[in-house]
Design a protein around this ligand. Structure first.
Ligand code: PEP
Ligand code: MG
Length: 574
């Protein structure tokens, strides 16, 4: 019987296919005992599953590159740590050996015990980690049943489940999942952001769907509107075919834009730079006609091995980014790590109560001169191969920029004395992401050659809303009058002093924000290549003069609703 469900469209795209239902692990397991004689086999089954999951996490980590490594890597690392927790492992063994529970039920009991421990913690961060426990236990449960009918991949199917973890999405994509429907989740969760960059259609919050869909049911999913139809009728199928045609047409149109200029309707050229971390990102940015790289994050390089990369390793990576962009400007950001991640790069730092407000970014680089000196040498050596700019993260004071500039000068002299070729011009820029730097830009301006606004952190610090806390995702939004004011002022100040100003946070990669950013005066965007063509298309549909004339109305908006209204009017007027 036909049934329709409505959730939220979290990632665009349509799909037609069979459902693969994955019930929450807890629904599936009830108390089961095993015979004394089966204990050894059950233990061996569990240990094999643990090995499988370990290998699976390791393989997933190896496959990650670029922005995905940044987004997903930390989840995978956390899951690998949880999996190796001796308390978890010994507890499972004891439940099977001493209490003669089945491996499935032992998993369930351990899950409940750990979830209770996390739930009782004072720290919100740890409390929210019980979700990760569920995901690790869920993986173990799946590994126990691999090989049984209905286990295995989701190739060519639509996954229907309660929630999907960011770390799983890459795997599901490589298995060939058509679309995903979840009963939980939100549009701004990490998983939703990732699904959009992987182009997997995703509907979240589809209420009752799990109670009414069975394995093998035929579904139509509309990821833009958040609609799911079970057992579609002729009119649903017609609608699906029309949407698919439109989507394919849109993709072809976008593809054509690879070689078109990023020019507004009234003839103003806007520069679109790409954010990149890996060779693949660089190649994609080049192929899509990016003006250059606006943000090359170097953390990925540091987080790959167990020790900080040496000068030659860094030099080769930076040089290859410069060569890959064949003469277009490449902006490389110095290390942006804090105490929360530094240990994974082989740096031992004192534990901090609040790493987001701790010794991170340029503070860490200046505190660890040994590491910074190597990075500066590698960067300046790469500058001999093409136009390279250096971008400094988390700048709060003028003095920080003066110290970095002094290091740049002394390193250049030392390298030249050693016979290296170093460019005469290596522009030095500051990320504007600490509110103090944004407000005091006039005082910083003579210490920088360009600035790039990191809206991800700027919004987090302006609104005191942790960017990694899903519960605050509505608050962590640039659509606040204070944020718009700061953006406008930074762009104005930069322009008045002849400094190029870009936005390189996620905001710059969302086509919906294009009219707003243009109205605020922005002429340089830096964004992940995944949405570069969509943003180019949105810019080409804008009349810059008309938008700037409406900037006053935008600045008068008093709340999110007012800003949303302005955005709706701007997009219909375009
Ligand atoms: C930002 O903060 O907006 C930014 C681009 O840097 P990251 O996301 O790497 O902190
Ligand atoms: Mg930042």
């Amino acid at each position: 019987m036909r049934r329709a469900f409505t959730g939220h469209g979290a990632s665009r795209g349509s799909a037609l296919g069979h459902a693969r239902v994955r019930l929450p692990f807890l629904f599936e397991v009830s108390e089961q005992h095993i015979a004394e004689a089966d204990v050894a086999t059950e233990l061996a089954r569990l240990h094999a599953a643990i090995q499988d999951v370990r290998a699976e996490l390791h393989a997933a980590r190896e496959r990650l590159h670029g922005a995905l490594a940044h987004e997903v890597g930390e989840f995978l690392d956390l899951h690998a740590l949880l999996l190796d927790d001796p308390e978890l492992l010994q507890g499972l063994d004891a439940l099977i050996r001493d209490s003669r529970y089945s491996a499935d039920y032992a998993l369930r009991l351990q899950r409940d015990r750990l979830a209770a421990v996390f739930a009782a913690m004072d720290d919100d961060y740890f409390r929210s980690r019980s979700e990760d426990v569920d995901q690790v236990i869920g993986r173990l449960h799946a590994a126990l049943h691999r090989g049984e009918p209905h286990a295995g991949g989701v190739a060519g199917e639509i996954l229907v489940t309660d929630t999907v973890a960011p770390a799983e999405l890459v795997q599901l994509q490589s298995q060939g999942v058509l679309a995903i429907v979840t009963t939980g989740g939100s549009m701004l969760s990490h998983a939703a952001i990732l699904a959009r960059s992987l182009h997997i259609p995703l509907v979240v919050g589809a209420g009752e769907v799990l109670q009414h869909v069975n394995d093998g049911d035929v579904l139509v999913v509309d990821g833009a509107r958040g609609r799911v139809v079970v057992s579609p009728d002729a009119s649903d199928l017609r609608g699906y075919r029309t949407r698919r045609r439109d989507e394919q047409h849109e993709r072809r149109q976008l593809h054509r834009l690879r070689r078109e200029p990023t020019r507004t309707l009234d003839g103003v050229d806007i520069r679109l730079y790409a954010n990149a971390e890996s060779r693949d990102d660089v190649a994609e940015a080049h192929a899509l006609g990016a003006a250059g790289l606006g943000l090359y994050r170097t953390e990925y390089l540091f987080l790959q091995g167990s020790a900080a990369p040496d000068e030659d390793t860094q030099f080769r990576a930076y040089r290859d980014a410069v060569l890959g962009m064949t003469g277009r400007t490449v902006t490389i950001r110095t290390l942006d790590l804090g105490a929360d991640k530094a240990d994974r790069a082989g740096l031992t730092l004192p534990r901090e109560p609040n790493p987001a407000l701790g010794c991170r970014g340029v503070r860490l680089s200046l505190a660890r001169g040994d590491i910074f000196a190597i990075q500066m040498r590698a960067l300046l050596r790469a500058s001999g191969y093409g136009p390279l700019r250096i971008l400094v993260p988390m700048v709060a004071t003028r003095d920080e920029m003066l110290q970095v500039a002094a290091l740049l000068r002394s390193t250049r002299e030392a390298l030249r004395a050693e016979g290296h070729h170093v460019a005469d011009e290596v522009p030095l820029g500051a990320m504007i992401e600490v509110p103090a730097a944004a407000l005091a830009l006039p005082a910083l301006a003579d210490t920088v050659d360009f600035v790039s606004i990191g809206t991800n952190d700027l919004v987090q610090y302006m609104l005191a809303a942790d960017r990694n806390n899903d519960a605050l995702e509505d608050l962590h939004s640039p659509l606040h009058p204070a944020v718009l004011r700061v953006l406008r002022d930074v762009i104005r100040t930069g322009r008045a002093r002849g400094l190029p100003v870009a936005v390189c946070g996620e905001m710059a990669g969302d086509p919906a924000f294009v009219p707003l950013l243009l109205a605020l005066g922005l002429e340089e965007f830096s964004l992940h290549p995944a949405t570069l063509l969509e943003v180019r298309q949105a810019i080409r549909a804008c009349d810059l003069g008309a938008l700037r004339r409406r900037a006053g109305a935008l600045m008068r908006a008093r709340d999110r609703a007012g800003i949303d209204r302005w955005m709706r009017q701007a997009s219909t007027a375009a």
